[in-house]
Design a protein around this ligand. Structure first.
Ligand code: MF3
Ligand code: CO
Ligand code: CO
Length: 262
């Protein structure tokens, strides 16, 4: 496992990439409405990322292998029981849906990765509670970040909050180191035991991106090779930020203007 430590100059470039990724979520917010297709959201984001920000959309053509086509779109859109990596398409959002939009941009050679849930119209009580709990769980994990803390502290904080509210934590997908590469070491699990795992050092950058299910934790990969759904078709939510370990704690690189952690 090779965890890269970013120099002050590289941290500045990660900051710029993170800010750009956050700006895409701010831009798309008013477009996430009943009747819009996820392909249209993808088109709007792609145009903004390339045309306005002068960045690269990292998901486009990412992650191809012998057994799997590369990701065909510029963003991920994951609706209701879709856990993550939903592929934008002709499906129209409808009133009551909850949808995660996941944005990863490359700016000046560095990645910024962030996602949030959107309500399409008014959400049901359970959908709202799951969504808000997932956001709180992400921040509970992030608040543990400081030099000398361990990744198990982060995972434990997420898991404890999630399970106390009766939700389950997805195990198969996790946060990740990020920098010149989209997915670097370490893996950032959203469960764990305090005092265990990698010790954090100033200059590390990684994502915290918990996926919480209203039902059982198990997931299933669809035949398209990307879309991950809950096995029991229960609702799932996810939020993601990219964070930097600073000398005294953490800095959220993808925080948006006007966004206030709980
Ligand atoms: N943005 C996702 C993450 O948080 C990864 C998406 S990979 C893709 O790590 F190919 F589906 F875009
Ligand atoms: Co990520
Ligand atoms: Co992401």
């Amino acid at each position: 496992m090779t965890v890269t430590i970013k120099s002050p100059e590289e941290q500045q470039r990660m900051r710029a990439a993170g800010r750009a990724a956050g700006a895409v979520l701010s831009m798309i917010q008013p477009h996430v409405r009943p009747g819009v297709s996820t392909a249209e959201l993808d088109r709007l984001c792609h145009e903004f990322i390339v045309g306005e920000l002068g960045c690269i959309a990292a998901p486009l053509n990412y992650g191809g292998s012998a057994g799997r086509q590369p990701f065909p779109k510029s963003i991920c859109t994951s609706i209701n029981h879709v856990v993550c990596h939903g592929i934008p398409g002709d499906k129209l959002l409808k009133r009551g849906d909850i949808v995660n939009v996941d944005i990863t941009v490359i700016k000046d050679g560095f990645h910024g990765d962030t996602s949030q849930m959107f309500y399409v119209g008014e959400p049901a009580v359970l959908a709202r509670r799951l969504t808000e709990t997932t956001r709180e769980a992400m921040f509970a994990g992030i608040r543990k970040v400081r030099p000398g803390a361990r990744l198990g502290d982060v995972g434990h904080a997420v898991q404890q909050l999630a399970e106390a509210r009766g939700y389950s934590v997805v195990r198969e997908y996790c946060g990740h180191g990020i920098g010149r590469a989209f997915h670097e070491d370490p893996q950032v699990l959203h469960y764990g035991r305090p005092g265990t795992g990698l010790e954090l050092v100033s200059g590390m950058t990684f994502t915290v991106e918990p996926m919480l299910n209203a039902g059982r934790p198990e997931v299933k990969l669809l035949p398209d090779g990307w879309t991950v759904v809950t096995k029991d078709h229960s609702l799932s939510a996810q939020w993601e930020h990219t964070v930097l370990v600073t000398d005294t704690g953490y800095e959220i690189l993808t925080l948006r203007d006007g966004e206030t952690p709980p």
